[in-house]
Design a protein around this ligand. Structure first.
Ligand SMILES: O=C(O)[C@H]1O[C@H](OP(=O)(O)OP(=O)(O)OC[C@H]2O[C@@H](n3ccc(=O)[nH]c3=O)[C@H](O)[C@@H]2O)[C@H](O)[C@@H](O)[C@@H]1O
Length: 436
């Protein structure tokens, strides 16, 4: 009992405390050591838990919205990972290229990856599977790509260590950079997500590309929205782009300027593609044609925007297969970057192209086409064009892309929407997936 008392009430100078030697004492020491061991083991396990739980590959549920939206559930590294990466990026045709496709589980990314793989190019995908829209649709696209031999690494373009690792494993000749925060109106709700993906993410990617040896040629997605308040139609690449109407447009415009800088300083070959309202199967649920379809089928009313004095709002809707052809042509005509080891050796290619359809269609006509295809009358709710980023119309002049890329869109809105509706019905209605 005396000893117990000593242990319960140790002197303030423990170094001077002399423990008596007795078997009971030894047992006590053993007991105390076991308690300590258990305690420190718990502390150690706790630390490991905290480390992994908060590490980028396993984000905590209470971290910032930005990180939450960049979920990365699988870790990378190890021989199995490297084998998958190499096999996916392996070129299987003569004159093939090896392409890192960022945003591969996205709408355009999925279509471009499939097309590249089909012609024998090496393709590795990268996507963070964020929840800007239903991630299960991204997972379904991933499954589709996996069946055609494209592996998607789960990670964020801001993860420089991951990007470097991928370039260590594969000396990509090209990067098709499609990862971005899309959507014009959402920029009012979550402005930082645009800065995170479209500016910081782009810079991370360019930093890694500039240091890679060999440097890849980069083709990336800009947007028709850079024309902003420009009223001269059709929009030509030479027109002014200094009046963006949304933060989304401003970040895409910033991307074009950043591209100029990396081309100028480091000799990176860079091609920006200004996509005009791309639509089609496996599309984005945040886009009007997609949620109009969902809501018409549900019998919900759909808001159709009109400009002042009943002015028509129109878009140069462009079918995804036409966009894919433009992307592949941009990759095929991209010249090599000229730098090495982060240093420029000579001038490099810097291009920007409109990829549109050259025939704007009023949004009300889009709804009429959907009504016919779905055989359901829409409940139209005419609303004033909100002042949150929308522009009244877009119209692409594509002569430059025609000349330099041989780009020639062939799908009109009626034909393209027919293909979209067929996919939509088979995916959501027959496939019994819930449309959120
Ligand atoms: O071309 C582009 O660069 C952009 O195209 C689309 O942006 P947007 O053309 O605004 O596409 P939607 O959001 O699908 O809108 C299509 C049309 O429907 C109209 N709309 C949209 C939403 C709505 O509730 N009602 C409505 O009438 C819009 O004003 C617009 O004219 C994409 O969402 C952007 O990511 C892309 O960068």
């Amino acid at each position: 009992m005396l000893q117990m008392k000593h242990i319960d009430n140790p002197p303030s100078t423990p170094g001077k405390f002399k423990i008596e030697k007795s078997p009971y004492n030894n047992r006590l020491r053993l007991h105390s050591s076991l308690t300590k061991l258990a305690f420190w083991s718990l502390v150690f396990l706790g630390l490991i838990f905290v480390f992994f739980y908060r590490s980028p590959s396993n984000p905590s549920p209470v971290i910032s919205d930005l990180s939450r939206r960049s979920l990365r559930t699988s870790s990378y590294g190890g021989p199995t990972f490297e084998k998958r990466v190499k096999s996916s990026a392996k070129i299987r045709s003569r004159n093939g290229i090896s392409v890192l496709v960022t945003g591969a589980a996205g709408f355009v990314g999925t279509h471009v990856s499939t097309a590249l793989k089909r012609r024998g190019d090496g393709v590795l995908g990268l996507d963070n599977f964020n929840d800007y829209y239903d991630p299960s649709l991204k997972r379904a696209r991933q499954a589709l790509l996996e069946r055609s031999g494209v592996y998607i690494v789960e990670g964020d373009i801001n993860d420089v260590a991951l990007l470097k690792k991928l370039f260590d494993i594969v000396p990509f000749s090209h990067v098709m950079h499609l990862a971005a925060q899309a959507g014009v109106r959402y920029a009012m709700e979550n402005p930082s997500s645009y800065v995170h993906s479209n500016i910081a993410g782009l810079v991370s990617m360019l930093e890694v590309c500039k240091n890679a040896n060999p440097q890849p040629a980069i083709v990336w997605a800009s947007s028709s929205s850079v024309y902003g308040l420009n009223t001269k139609v059709p929009f030509s690449e030479r027109d002014r782009t200094d009046q963006p109407a949304s933060l989304y447009a401003a970040t895409k415009k910033a991307g074009e300027e950043i591209a100029h800088t990396y081309n100028h300083i480091y000799g990176l070959s860079l091609t920006g593609l200004r996509f005009f309202t791309v639509y089609g199967p496996w599309g984005r649920p945040d886009m009007a044609y997609f949620f109009f379809t969902r809501d018409i089928l549900k019998g919900k009313s759909i808001p159709i925007f009109e400009a002042a004095n009943h002015g028509t709002v129109a878009r140069d809707f462009t079918y995804v297969d036409d966009i894919v052809k433009g992307c592949l042509a941009a990759l095929d005509t991209a010249e090599k970057s000229t730098g090495s080891g982060g240093k420029k050796k000579g001038p490099a290619q810097l291009r920007v192209f409109n990829l549109g359809n050259t025939s704007p269609v009023p949004v009300s006509d889009l709804v009429s086409i959907l009504e016919k295809l779905l055989k359901v009358k829409a409940k139209r709710l005419i609303m004033k064009l909100p002042r949150n980023g929308d522009v009244q119309f877009t119209h692409a002049n594509i002569s430059l892309a025609q000349r330099e890329l041989g780009y020639k869109p062939t799908t009109d809105l009626q034909t393209g929407l027919k293909k979209f509706v067929r996919w939509y019905l088979s995916y959501y209605v027959n496939g019994k997936k819930s449309a959120q």
